[in-house]
Design a protein around this ligand. Structure first.
Ligand SMILES: NC(=O)c1ccc[n+]([C@@H]2O[C@H](COP(=O)([O-])OP(=O)(O)OC[C@H]3O[C@@H](n4cnc5c(N)ncnc54)[C@H](OP(=O)(O)O)[C@@H]3O)[C@@H](O)[C@H]2O)c1
Length: 370
């Protein structure tokens, strides 16, 4: 963690936005009109949107910054999305309900909510079987629709959830997007709890830190990794006992020792780095599962097929969260689950926040506040 200009590293708590003054006709939005470096992001005044039937208007308090949906999207390197300019980024966020559309019954004006940014626009075989994350009907806020870098954002009412009373917008925005992914990873791996041995590679990343914190919260024995001693020290400060360098040849032996000589039930690898993959794979116990929700370092890793079939190892791709895992995330938040917030930037400093995430100095989530 570095003292980056324009960021606050602690405390991160902010108030929920006050909507008692009504909704203005226009709002500031951090947007971009061409792909490029973080400096293409700038503030313009745009008309405030209003909710249609089944939708709500959120006065955004905080919005998180991630690699794919923010950095790659802004630089023009997003692997599949098409953008029309001007474009407003901003996916997982938290704020106060400012308006509700016709037919909305789950929330009211003034409620403090977190918004899961993956919208299901209909029903199909995937949504009906709990695999909505891989449905072609998925739309992502800040990718397919204007996002929460605008001060107000319209979202489907079913994607918002009232946050626990003791949580602030920064923490709510930090868990609402990646928390359901972490829950989904563990559920599809067969469940994680006391007695589970879990490895989280790249545990300093926004998603990785959240997954590691969830494993700890659920009572598992957790091995986490980072390449840098300064970031490993931060992970130890956060309460992780078994912190190693996954690139180091000793990683498998160290992880086994941490598990009392046993292997891992679940290996989380969202990276796509061949050596990290191989060192983690070596530690899996028979019947164990590798789960992945990202591969930003490369699309191909070596798979020992002999070992995979003879020891019944499962390799599971998890695209994102689902309505079911969003519900589960908020239940765990009520029971005290929190993630790691690394840095908070005011929205006007969005370019600095993008540079900071790009530098990979963070340990945990990076958040913008409105
Ligand atoms: N599917 C989803 O919904 C979803 C959501 C969020 C993220 N993701 C995915 O999760 C991954 C992390 O994204 P993020 O936004 O959370 O990232 P981030 O905060 O920018 O963190 C980057 C991570 O990558 C690690 N790393 C970087 N270069 C590495 C290398 N050469 N070898 C090994 N590790 C390396 C860093 O570990 P060190 O500590 O070693 O520097 C750090 O943990 C990406 O693949 C992303 O697409 C998926």
């Amino acid at each position: 963690m570095s003292a980056v200009q324009g960021a606050s590293h602690a405390p991160h708590t902010i108030d929920w936005p006050d909507v008692s003054g009504g909704v203005p006709d226009e709002m500031p939005a951090m947007l971009f009109r061409e792909f490029g470096p973080p400096e293409v992001l700038h503030t313009e005044t745009v008309p405030t949107p209003h909710p249609g039937p089944g939708e709500v208007l959120v006065r955004v308090g905080a919005v998180s910054v991630g690699r794919l949906l923010d950095l790659l999207a802004r630089s023009g390197k997003h692997p599949y999305a098409k953008f029309r300019f001007p474009h407003i980024l901003g996916a997982d966020h938290a704020g106060t309900i400012a308006e509700v559309g016709d037919g909305v019954t789950n929330v009211s004006v003034g409620d403090h909510v977190g918004t899961f940014h993956v919208f299901l626009t209909g029903e199909d075989e995937f949504t009906r079987s709990g695999y909505g994350d891989i449905s072609p009907l998925v739309e992502i806020l800040g990718t397919h629709r204007p996002g929460a870098y605008g001060r107000y954002v319209v979202v489907p009412a079913r994607n918002v959830h009232v946050a626990p009373a003791d949580i602030d917008p920064v923490m709510a925005a930090s868990i609402v997007g990646v928390g359901p992914v972490a829950v989904n990873q563990f559920e599809r791996a067969g469940g994680v709890g006391p007695g589970s041995n879990v490895i989280v590679q790249g545990a300093t990343s926004g998603l990785g830190a959240t997954t590691a914190m969830l494993a700890k919260h659920l009572g598992a024995t957790v091995v986490v990794s980072s390449r840098h001693e300064s970031k490993r020290a931060r992970l130890r400060e956060l309460g992780f006992e078994h912190v190693f360098d996954a690139v180091d040849e000793r990683f498998a032996a160290q992880a086994r020792e941490a598990f009392g000589g046993d292997g891992a039930h679940v290996l989380v690898d969202n990276l796509g780095a061949p050596l990290v993959w191989e060192h983690g794979f070596d530690v899996l116990r028979p019947g164990g599962a590798v789960v992945s929700s990202g591969a930003f370092l490369g699309h191909t890793v070596p798979l020992n097929l002999q070992r995979t079939y003879t020891t019944g190892i499962r390799v599971i791709g998890v695209r994102t969260g689902t309505p079911e895992t969003v519900e589960a995330l908020w239940r765990e938040a009520e029971r005290g689950f929190r993630t790691v917030v690394d840095a908070v930037f005011p929205i006007e400093r969005a370019p600095d926040a993008h540079h900071y995430v790009e530098s990979a100095e963070n340990v945990g989530r990076v958040v913008l506040t409105h």
